[in-house]
Design a protein around this ligand. Structure first.
Ligand code: FNR
Length: 240
């Protein structure tokens, strides 16, 4: 089934899919990854499904693995000696090459995995600060009834602090170990809801790409008096 065409849906709206008369976000580039290293990761399955739905909308998907962004534990001495490690530089490159990112993150102890926070911390040391002005959609999958949603509220905090526009609607897949039938959701109604969520995010990211009227400077204000030593500021890029 090609992008924009749905088998057997000439007029009637089927319950198990949403109407895609034409790809709505052609040309949009989206980085998609799961913040789990496990081969059988439920979040990896959810990320892959999000990627396929984004492709149906005409987006170009860059499906990444957390392994692509492997970094040591953050250590200021290591940074002073060697700079930012290759995994964080690779994450920055992929963020910059895409217009938006989708991350599906497990919830560990009501928060995000340490691996993801560690990657965000390393990457945030790069200047210009790579998260500023990014668009993010947060997903989670968990065998629990809460679907890992509490971890996403924790994940919002550093991303929003760093200037990423985190889409308000997050998607948390509860009972994720039972939710899939093959590569898709077993429940068609849930699939429709998920696709609408992804579509809403892509539409906003696309609008921001073509009408970049809400650009602003990123300032990390930690209470120090302003001055060259304390300022962590990325100015507005007047060329874009
Ligand atoms: C978990 N898990 C878990 N689940 C949850 O819903 N809330 C939680 O707070 C936690 N805490 C937690 C801590 C640690 C250290 C581990 C290893 C696991 C269970 C977790 O959701 C489950 O293992 C998922 O399958 C992990 O995601 P992936 O690897 O399948 O994508």
């Amino acid at each position: 089934m090609g992008a924009g065409k749905l088998a057997g849906t000439n007029s009637a709206r089927r319950q198990d899919t949403i109407m895609v008369d034409h790809p709505r976000t052609p040309g949009l580039k989206v980085l998609v990854f799961a913040a789990s290293l496990r081969k059988e990761s439920l979040n990896r399955k959810l990320a892959a499904l999000a990627g396929r739905l984004a492709e149906r909308q005409g987006a170009t998907v860059d499906l990444a693995s957390m392994r692509d962004f492997d970094v040591p534990l953050y250590d200021g001495d290591l940074e002073a000696a060697n700079g930012v490690p290759p995994g964080a530089l690779e994450f920055r490159r992929r963020l910059q090459e895409n217009d938006a990112f989708i991350v599906s993150s497990p919830e560990y102890n009501f928060s995000m995995p340490g691996t993801l926070k560690n990657l965000i911390d390393w990457t945030s040391r790069i200047r210009p600060q790579p998260f500023d002005g990014q668009h993010a959609l947060l997903l989670s999958a968990s065998p629990s009834l809460a679907g890992g949603n509490r971890g996403l509220w924790a994940l919002r905090v550093p991303l929003e602090h760093l200037g990423t526009r985190v889409f308000p609607d997050m998607f948390s897949l509860s009972m994720a170990h039972k939710a899939f039938a093959g590569d898709d959701f077993a429940d068609p109604a849930l699939r429709v809801r998920f696709e609408k969520n992804v579509q809403g995010f892509l539409s906003l990211a696309e609008a921001a790409k073509h009408y970049p009227c809400i650009k602003r400077a990123w300032v990390e204000f930690l209470g120090e008096p302003p001055g060259a030593g304390a300022d962590r500021v990325d100015p507005i890029d007047a060329t874009s």
